[in-house]
Ligand binder design. Structure first.
Ligand SMILES: Nc1nc2c(c(=O)[nH]1)N[C@H]1C(S)=C(S)[C@@H](COP(=O)(O)OP(=O)(O)OC[C@H]3O[C@@H](n4cnc5c(=O)[nH]c(N)nc54)[C@H](O)[C@@H]3O)O[C@H]1N2
Ligand SMILES: Nc1nc2c(c(=O)[nH]1)N[C@H]1C(S)=C(S)[C@@H](COP(=O)(O)OP(=O)(O)OC[C@H]3O[C@@H](n4cnc5c(=O)[nH]c(N)nc54)[C@H](O)[C@@H]3O)O[C@H]1N2
Ligand code: SF4
Ligand SMILES: [Mo]
Length: 722
């Protein structure tokens, strides 16, 4: 029992919220409220979009709980979701439009009316279009509310719309799986964790990585007796539940994965019927990895050959109900597409793609679009290098747009709209981002908080939070397709406005009114919903409509969407493009003597830097710690809890941060939770708290296949604070 306790997500009572430091108790506990109602919607504390019920009493949201019918929440939220009031009532929120009056980054702004702020933006956008063409405007966006801004940019004539959740997150995984199975993984991941009998986690640290549904399913699988192997240089929370923990030398996973494939093949343990029926290029694959024995891999990964064999045999015993988890944030070392492909291939050998406990086939509902004119065709392609410099990238690269803005090749973006992404924390090497910003004639930031990137904007626009606004419908692709609505629980505070309103107003000012032919969002949503036999009135009550699951698992005549129509163990496409057709291990550069590799991950109580200022969550986890192994700390004379600084290979120094001296990490690594060490002065709860991994990521390794930016390639030494 004990070993599973961490997985219990806050249930449907106030308990989850109340346990978070009593914050909600103190502020909101009126007796017998005159008004009490529940409003359905979906969460925006991370990008998973769980269904919520917000309880409103006397005009205030007093708690946020899991929507019982929503398939992603099933009545529960993670602790961050329960802390939604901390986002809504954050006293540091952006309150009014701001126009910069000092130098970029000086944080000197004056307040402006929406009319003035939007007119200024529209005038500059028109000037940029006239001088450089519409492609010179770029949009960086993350989060559901960005959809109306993407629409605006396409209507304006630019193809340059990118999210850091591709080239800085899951991009290599999508490409690796597409190359192998013809389909990417998507979000929510099509992993059938609940039915898995053996789960192998390659770094993906479920339990700290708190995507609600996955963690619920993880608990369910373990309860049903699933076995677990965890491969991680750090003894993660999940490692604490594992039957096998493999403390791998960082950056060597491809060797381990190919050695597993080698055992499955040489011991004839793979799913022969599946490989024969669905596989392509098995023979050249077998030959290519013939020398990748466990003994070979042991010398590279520092995992004993016996352990490698034992885990492979367990995979075989449980096949095909095995899941080698594809991970999500996979931009680690620049060889990430190949590592993701190695994971995909291993799943192919085990026959788990399209099988219970492996990967299911998700389906989505179609919601008719609101009719608008066709978008103009941009004269130039995207500026980021996807499809050209990085041939297999299938989404726009946020880092690529930043590069093009600096170099002007193939052409420069002269205006950026940044919606819901703090580029100074999410793109690698913040110095580059600042260099790019120097080239801009317009930088607009649409956010809810005065984050770092907002400090450099020409115009800052305060968005209403997810509890105060409608957004576009969310048509989820999952086991059972669903359509969910976000609606305001309370009216927007201050002078904040919903994204749809901002985008529509701007559209009108830019002469693009034809693309926003509706008068208000209710009209827009109702028309779309009527097209699927529902209505806004119905959805406001329900919050979500779920449809029957389609075929979840592999049928006899399945065709894969790869060039061969089969599961590609050997990729002719990669060979043609000049890449390894079969994943090959290549050593990573080591750090300078005395330095340790900087790796990072998540706290179960925070989402990046977006929640570190949330008082409810910050009352529990206020700052991050630098994990240092007991042996390394002894050598350096560092005590647990002592304040230290991390100094990277280029001499970049972190804030002071507490050392967490622990046996739970390899001596060659230092670990931080991402999202702390905020420099933005107006984020009063988060400012200066903990160390920023983003600042230390001054170096990155670009994946030559799809342009992802590997970020675990920096090294730090530890300095004691005098
Ligand atoms: N609570 C919470 N949950 C979240 C998020 C959040 O911010 N907060 N963010 C969400 C998002 S967008 C994403 S993409 C996911 C990210 O979560 P994951 O997909 O799980 O990915 P990472 O954050 O890269 O995983 C970091 C883990 O990889 C280990 N690691 C480092 N180097 C290596 C290596 O060379 N080999 C191996 N095998 N392991 C290594 C680290 O020690 C750490 O435990 O989490 C999601 N869930
Ligand atoms: N160094 C380093 N870099 C990383 C990572 C890492 O672990 N380390 N992780 C990578 C990963 S996995 C990902 S997915 C990306 C994520 O990178 P980002 O998308 O930049 O994620 P956040 O840091 O959460 O930034 C979200 C921003 O949205 C704002 N926001 C929150 N709610 C709303 C809203 O309702 N409306 C608007 N308009 N804004 C809102 C927040 O205040 C914040 O400024 O970063 C990647 N980059
Ligand atoms: S996983 Fe947590 S933070 Fe993310 S959407 Fe769900 S409840 Fe919200
Ligand atoms: Mo991510």
């Amino acid at each position: 029992m004990e070993r599973r306790r961490f997985l219990q997500i806050a249930g449907g009572s106030a308990a989850g919220a109340l346990s978070l430091g009593g914050w909600l108790l103190q502020s909101d506990a009126p007796e017998a409220p005159a008004e009490s109602r529940q409003v359905a919607g979906f969460c925006e504390l991370c990008f998973w979009k769980c269904g919520i019920h917000a309880t409103v009493e006397n005009g205030r949201v007093v708690k946020v709980e899991g929507h019982p019918e929503h398939p992603l929440s099933r009545g529960r939220l993670c602790p961050r979701g329960n802390a939604g009031t901390g986002a809504l009532y954050d006293p540091d929120r952006l309150k009014r439009p701001l126009i910069r009056v000092g130098g970029r980054g000086s944080e000197r702004f004056r307040e402006a009316s929406w009319e003035e702020a939007l007119s200024l933006i529209a005038a500059r956008m028109q000037a940029i279009k006239a001088r450089y063409g519409p492609e010179a405007m770029a949009l960086f966006t993350h989060g559901h509310g960005g959809s109306f801004f993407s629409h605006l940019l396409k209507a304006y004539g630019s193809p340059n719309v990118a999210a850091p959740s591709y080239a800085q997150c899951r991009g290599p995984r999508e490409v690796g799986f597409q190359l192998t199975f013809g389909t990417g993984i998507g979000s929510p991941e099509n992993t059938d964790i609940a039915n898995s009998r053996f789960l192998v986690l390659i770094g993906s640290h479920l339990g700290e990585n708190m995507h609600n549904t996955q963690v619920q399913e993880f608990a369910e699988a373990l309860r049903k007796g699933a076995r677990l192997a965890v491969v991680d240089p750090r003894f993660s929370t999940a490692a604490g539940k594992a039957d096998w923990y493999l403390p791998i030398k960082p950056g060597t996973d491809i060797a381990l994965l190919m050695a597993w494939a080698n055992v499955l093949i040489t011991e004839e343990l793979y799913d022969k019927a599946y490989v024969e029926k669905y596989g392509e290029g098995f023979e050249p694959f077998r030959q290519a990895i013939a020398a990748d024995t466990p003994e070979w891999a042991a010398g590279i990964t520092e995992i004993p050959a016996g352990t490698i064999r034992a885990v492979a045999r367990e995979m075989a015993r449980q096949k095909p109900n095995v899941l080698i988890h594809p991970g999500r944030h996979v931009t680690w070392y620049g060889d990430d597409t190949q590592r993701s492909r190695a994971i995909a291939i291993l799943n192919g050998l085990l026959g788990s793609w399209g099988r219970p406990g492996g990967f299911y086939f998700p389906s989505g509902a179609t919601v008719p679009k609101y009719p608008v004119p066709e978008y103009p065709k941009p004269a130039r392609g995207t500026a980021d290098g996807s499809g050209s410099r990085y041939p297999l990238a299938d989404e726009t690269l946020a880092s690529g747009l930043c590069d093009a803005t600096i170099t002007g090749a193939p052409y420069r973006a002269k205006g950026w709209i940044v919606y819901g992404t703090n580029l100074l924390q999410s793109l690698p090497d913040p110095r580059r981002t600042l260099k790019a910003i120097q080239q801009l004639e317009l930088l607009v930031v649409v956010d809810v908080l005065p984050v770092e990137i907002a400090g450099y904007a020409d115009v800052v626009l305060p968005e209403a939070t997810y509890l105060e606004r409608y957004d576009d419908l969310y048509a989820g692709t999952f086991r059972e397709p669903f359509v969910a609505l976000r609606q305001p629980a309370v009216a927007p505070l201050y002078d904040s406005k919903p994204g749809w309103w901002i985008a529509r107003e701007l559209g009108h000012k830019l002469g693009l009114a034809a693309y926003f032919p509706w008068n208000n969002i209710e009209e827009y949503l109702d028309r779309r919903l009527k097209g699927m036999n529902s209505s806004l009135a119905e959805m406001k009550k329900k919050g979500v409509i779920t449809y029957a699951a389609q075929d979840l698992y592999l049928g006899p005549d399945h065709k894969f969407d790869t060039p061969s129509g089969k599961v590609e163990f050997y990729s002719a496409l990669l060979a043609q493009a000049g890449f390894d057709p079969v994943p090959r291990y290549r050593p990573q550069a080591e750090g300078p003597p005395g330095y340790k590799r900087l790796i990072f991950g998540r706290s179960p109580l925070h989402t990046f830097g977006r929640t570190t200022n949330n008082r409810v969550l910050a009352s529990v986890v206020r700052e991050n710690e630098a994990w240092i192994s007991t042996s390394a700390a002894a050598e350096l004379g560092i005590r647990n809890g002592e304040r230290i600084r991390l100094v990277n290979q280029e001499g970049i120094r972190s804030n002071t941060v507490r050392a967490k001296v622990t046996k739970r990490i390899r001596p060659d690594c230092v670990y931080l939770v991402h999202g702390f060490g905020h420099k933005a002065p107006k984020m009063r709860a988060a400012h200066g708290r903990g160390a920023s991994d983003s600042d230390l990521v001054s170096s990155f390794a670009v994946d030559p296949i799809m342009g992802g930016t590997g970020m675990f390639v920096n090294f730090v030494k530890v300095e004691r604070e005098a």
